[in-house]
Design a protein around this ligand. Structure first.
Ligand SMILES: NC(=O)c1ccc[n+]([C@@H]2O[C@H](COP(=O)([O-])OP(=O)(O)OC[C@H]3O[C@@H](n4cnc5c(N)ncnc54)[C@H](O)[C@@H]3O)[C@@H](O)[C@H]2O)c1
Ligand SMILES: O=C(O)C(=O)C[C@]1(C(=O)O)C=C[C@@H](O)C=C1
Length: 301
């Protein structure tokens, strides 16, 4: 099974990046796309995010072998219902949503006849919309594929080969496990960034001007994350509620221990933790997952 025509629904950061990457790296695969927002469709056509920006969803998906839903996770079920009447038999339907259990359930419920294989490229930026996408986004990044138990192996292999074709590394994972792992590595870090930036802007005796003026290193990094798309992140927290609450419970317990160490002047506890966390940063850099890789100037995007 090979992909000749891919349709992308939702032409923002991720959909646009897939469209550009396919045109760049898989030039024999035809790309169509559609977005619910007419301004996004116009801009997507101007930037050439896909070969053909269609005026209807039916036209975009009708001939596709693979449809990828690139909309906020809260809109996945609606998008799946909208494409359902227009698919050819055997079309593989996938998505890029940041939470997987609830999205998988929504797609399967809306598309009982289609071959549903959920996926999540673990790559992105704080930007969104049709101007944010770029072809190299997925290069050397993981794409986690979370097929249901009865998913046909040929379709899983085809989808995996597609992601590898646009530069990603593929890992197959159970959807529930994905949701816990990503709660730790992505969702809670975003929640922390949103919180600290909100807290800083609410402090009565620190003016907003001072927050902006003195935000060097640490706080500045948090503000990048806290500038991420509000619709996307609202939906992530609402759809990955159980895993996020579980990890958040652990996090607040650990934070309380640090609070107590600071109050008690317990430097050893602080030092031991900071020493341990340093090694995690070093492992990430050794794996090549840091921002400073020469082939990927993501800070420029
Ligand atoms: N931004 C990231 O870093 C990142 C990384 C990996 C995965 N994701 C996931 O990718 C998905 C898209 O995120 P994004 O960052 O590209 O968002 P985005 O806001 O840049 O793009 C989403 C697009 O979907 C369109 N849309 C919304 N509802 C629609 C519908 N029902 N039908 C058709 N179009 C619709 C919007 O008009 C918008 O253009 C989300 O599910 C998100 O969880 C995001
Ligand atoms: O680098 C960033 O700005 C991101 O937020 C990317 C990031 C992440 O947390 O790693 C965000 C959400 C995704 O689902 C995948 C990737």
């Amino acid at each position: 099974m090979s992909i000749e025509r891919v349709a992308i629904v939702g032409l923002g950061l991720i959909g646009g990046s897939i469209g550009l990457a396919v045109q760049d790296m898989l030039p024999d695969v035809a790309t169509t796309g559609w977005d619910a927002d007419a301004d996004v469709r116009r801009r997507a056509a101007e930037r050439g995010l896909v070969g053909t920006v269609c005026e209807t969803i039916a036209e975009a998906v009708g001939e596709a072998d693979l449809v990828i839903l690139c909309v906020p996770v809260g809109a996945m079920g609606y998008a799946a219902e909208a494409i359902a009447p227009h698919l050819r038999p055997g079309t593989v339907v996938s998505d890029v949503g940041s939470s997987k259990r609830s999205v998988g359930e929504a797609l399967t419920a809306a598309l009982p006849e289609a071959v549903v294989i959920p996926a999540h490229p673990v790559a992105g930026t704080e930007k969104s919309g049709p101007d944010a996408g770029f072809a190299e986004l997925f290069r050397h990044r993981w794409c986690i594929v979370t097929p249901g138990a009865d998913a046909p192996q040929a379709a899983v292999d085809t989808l995996s080969a597609f992601w590898e074709g646009i530069g990603a590394k593929v890992e197959i994972m159970d959807a529930d496990h994905h949701d816990v792992v990503l709660a730790v590595t992505s969702h809670i870090p975003h929640l922390i960034a949103y919180t600290i930036v909100g807290t800083a802007s609410d402090l009565e005796d620190v003016t907003r001007g001072e927050v902006i003026k003195y935000s060097a290193g640490g706080f500045r990094d948090f503000t990048r994350i806290a500038a991420s798309n509000p619709t996307m992140w609202r939906d992530v927290f609402l759809t990955n509620r159980d895993a996020v609450l579980e990890v958040l419970g652990r996090f607040t317990e650990d934070l309380s221990l640090l609070q107590r160490a600071i109050r008690n002047g317990d430097g050893d506890t602080l030092y031991d933790l900071f020493e341990r966390t340093r090694t995690i940063r070093r492992s990430i850099i050794e794996e090549g997952q840091d921002d400073a890789r020469p082939d990927f100037g993501r800070k420029d995007h």
